[in-house]
Ligand binder design. Structure first.
Ligand SMILES: *Cc1c(COP(=O)(O)O)cnc(C)c1O
Length: 350
């Protein structure tokens, strides 16, 4: 098993996939919630990063002292730290000095070695390579999204959902930052056999200001955004992975890129807290907004010609509740005040 300790545990869990009465009522079809917020790290990243790190440790020579290094002030750092704990191996997380005290506190509590350096992700990444990784023969770099093992880990949620949903899945809805999650879902959708050969559609959500996939689709080439201006910081990749862009370019019949406003993503988090009693980041609110925006999902899935209400009622859509730990009750209250007048999404009746 290389450098994987014999008592290493699998760093992610099988999550429930539950029918949501509230969201099914809002959309008029069957909405299933794949609850990735329940992962040990608080997001789906436990799957991809967990798989990457487990494989890397297993492949390392027996006598090597493996140590993981991840540049992230967010959920990737948390996934690295919780995975390291499950595997019984050490991890160092490098985050920018502006990273939230909330995330910094959570990382330290997990026993990770935390370095605060640099103004942004690029500076953290450079420091990590030059000051840490280059000096540690057992050092392993943990990529936040751009690696095959990360995608393979994320794809396990598609296999699970297939066995959890009664009947055919008509669509998956997920959020996109660098595209690790989306690549995993596309891998699952393309590689599984589907009943009658009917592959589910995949809707890829971004917020305006973090819309690097949508900008590429619009330009019909793989582009880099000049800056991130969205509050959904977990979606803040200036450029999606090459694989993500190629999926969008090569499979327009399956994959559709959609954009929502920060206001709609934020208010969706507030509404979801009331509806499902679950707290998620705006990065996840983007996915929820596709269901909360009146008529959006039906229009995107059924086309302009549409379907009858009865046909629509039979459709099964899986929302990947990607989760995220950068959220508190206090933040939700602030978002409600800041965005409620700007958002098209109705707050709950209660
Ligand atoms: C990382 C993250 C995303 C984006 O995932 P990618 O694999 O980078 O596309 C979305 N939501 C949450 C909560 C995340 O932590």
């Amino acid at each position: 098993m290389g450098s994987l300790p014999s008592d290493a545990k699998i760093p992610w869990i099988q999550t429930p996939c539950v029918l949501s009465p509230e969201l099914s009522q809002v959309t008029g079809c069957n909405i299933y919630l794949k609850l990735e917020n329940l992962q040990p790290s608080g997001s789906f990243k436990s799957r991809g990063i967990g798989n990457f790190m487990t494989r890397a440790a297993a492949a390392a020579p027996d006598n090597l002292k493996v140590h993981f290094y991840c540049p992230s002030g967010g959920n990737a750092g948390l996934a690295c730290a919780t995975t390291a704990q499950s595997l019984g191996l050490p991890a160092t997380i490098v985050l920018p000095t502006i990273a939230s005290p909330l995330m910094r506190g959570k990382l330290s509590a997990l026993g990770a070695d935390v370095h605060s350096v640099g103004a942004n992700w690029a500076e953290c990444n450079a420091y990590l390579h030059e000051q840490l990784l280059s000096k540690d023969p057992g050092g392993i770099y943990v990529p936040p999204f751009d690696h095959e093992d990360v995608w393979a880990g994320a794809s396990t949620l598609v296999d699970e959902a297939r066995t959890q949903v009664e009947g055919d899945i008509d669509a998956f809805v997920c959020s996109v930052g660098g595209g690790g999650l989306l690549n995993g879902i596309m891998k699952g959708v393309l590689e599984c056999t589907w009943h009658d050969g009917k592959q589910p559609r995949v809707f890829a959500l971004e917020t305006s200001g973090a819309d690097s996939l949508n900008a590429s689709v619009r330009a019909n080439e793989h582009v880099t955004l000049p800056a991130i201006t969205s509050i959904a910081t977990s979606l803040g990749a200036l450029r999606v992975s090459t694989q993500t862009w190629e999926h969008a370019r090569d499979h327009p019949e399956i994959l559709k890129s959609l954009v929502v406003s920060d206001a709609d993503a934020a208010i969706s988090c507030v509404r979801f807290a009331d509806d499902a009693r679950i707290l998620v980041e705006p990065a996840c609110g983007a996915t929820l907004a596709a269901a909360y925006q009146a008529g959006r999902l039906r229009k995107e899935l059924a086309g302009i010609s549409g379907v009858t209400d009865d046909d629509w009622r039979q459709k099964n859509v899986v929302l990947v509740v990607c989760g995220g730990s950068g959220v508190t009750l206090g933040m939700l209250t602030k978002w409600r005040e800041t965005y409620k007048s700007e958002s098209s999404i109705e707050l709950g009746q209660w």
